[in-house]
Design a protein around this ligand. Structure first.
Ligand SMILES: Nc1nc2c(ncn2[C@@H]2O[C@H](COP(=O)(O)OP(=O)(O)OP(=O)(O)O)[C@@H](O)[C@H]2O)c(=O)[nH]1
Ligand SMILES: [Mg+2]
Length: 343
């Protein structure tokens, strides 16, 4: 069974209310099939980079045991050289040990890809790709490079938390830098039916975050989602400003921010790894949102990040609409990476 929103969010017993997600967003009959088909469609470009547009062609490569070709195509899809080498070596070792038909080989490859995409911590335990909403209130900080999808993701997330879990969300428009950023988030607040705290243009983003937490505590909001302005990971003063927002939140509420999500545009490929490194150093990122997987040929980057930085991918963006944000499922992702289904 694929991971779902209920596997992603940890919610205190008795706190969630009935879901008000309309059927057309979340049709239980069609969702799985529809969702998987959409994920497959999103990963088409990556799959083509893997040279596996057609599953049969891919099986042939495996049957010929062309490990170098496999390794190369994994690297082309931005899986990263170490992961690519490990995967093809492991597959080669399996084949040497036992005779596998192409279906079994394919299944083994999915397993290996999923294993890498899930990632492991220092002690070898699988990374936890959950979002803990049990602290009251839970404060989430969204960070990342310009245009990677921070505001859109927060808006989609606000909608999901508000409608699916029935929790009260407060948005904080911490991007006081870019003109129209506040209006953009206000639009999402309206769609999600949640409240928002804004600041004047050019105001201190830390002050907006501070005010949001004060209000959340006074009015018993469950979740505070803090947006921030985009910045390049090598712009030191801006990274320092982000660290300050984090400090302000930490000083205001024990454990805050409870979740710091980094949004990464999947099409940036291996550069995303550098971004993640720099943001993690500045604000202790504990989850990745991989956006714009639709139309990217570098979807393999999810594997590199989990493996190299030990930060779990928690969410993926596969389009601009509300329903285009999904919990990351390593097996589903690995499967869609090499199999386009009926395309
Ligand atoms: N195709 C696609 N587009 C996306 C996705 N996520 C966001 N976008 C689009 O990317 C553009 C930028 O998204 P924003 O949410 O404004 O990005 P941001 O990181 O907040 O940008 P700044 O605030 O300027 O740093 C918008 O046009 C979004 O609709 C996605 O998963 N897929
Ligand atoms: Mg934004």
């Amino acid at each position: 069974m694929a991971r779902d929103w209920d596997d992603l969010f940890l919610v205190a017993r008795g706190r969630r209310a009935a879901s008000t997600v309309p059927d057309d967003v979340d049709d239980p009959e069609g969702r799985r099939a529809g969702g998987l088909a959409r994920l497959r469609a999103s990963l088409r470009a990556t799959r083509q980079a893997l040279g596996t547009g057609v599953a049969a062609g891919f099986s042939k490569t495996l049957a010929d045991h062309d490990w170098e070709a496999l390794e190369e195509s994994l690297i082309l899809a931005d899986v990263g050289a170490p992961a690519a080498a490990e995967i093809s070596e492991s597959l080669e070792a399996t084949v040497r040990r036992e005779r596998l038909d192409s279906d079994a080989l394919r299944a083994r490859l999915v397993e290996l890809l999923a294993e890498q995409a899930r990632g492991r911590d220092q002690d070898g335990q699988p990374l936890q790709a959950t979002i803990d909403l049990r602290p009251q209130p839970t404060v989430m900080l969204m960070v990342g490079v310009n245009g990677t999808g921070k505001t859109t993701t927060l808006g989609k997330l606000a909608w999901q938390i508000q409608h699916r879990l029935g929790l009260r969300v407060l948005l904080a428009a911490g991007d006081t830098f870019r003109a129209a950023a506040t209006e953009q988030l206000e639009g999402w607040a309206e769609r999600a039916g949640c409240e928002i705290v804004t600041g004047a243009a050019g105001a201190d983003p830390g002050a907006v975050a501070f005010e949001a937490v004060v209000r959340a505590r006074a009015e018993a909001f469950d979740v505070v989602l803090v947006d921030t302005a985009g910045r390049l990971h090598n712009q030191e003063p801006l990274m320092a400003e982000l660290a300050k927002v984090r400090r302000v939140l930490a000083g205001q509420l024990d454990g805050a921010p409870h979740e710091t999500l980094l949004s990464l545009d999947a099409s940036t490929g291996q550069n995303g790894l550098r971004q993640a490194e720099a943001f993690a150093a500045a604000v202790a990122v504990n989850g990745i949102v991989l956006t714009k997987l639709d139309g990217s040929a570098k979807g393999g980057i999810a594997l590199s990040i989990a493996r190299e930085l030990r930060i779990p991918v928690k969410l993926i963006g596969i389009g601009e609409q509300l329903e285009d944000l999904r919990p990351f499922d390593a097996v589903e992702y690995a499967d869609a990476l090499i199999d386009g289904g009926a395309e």
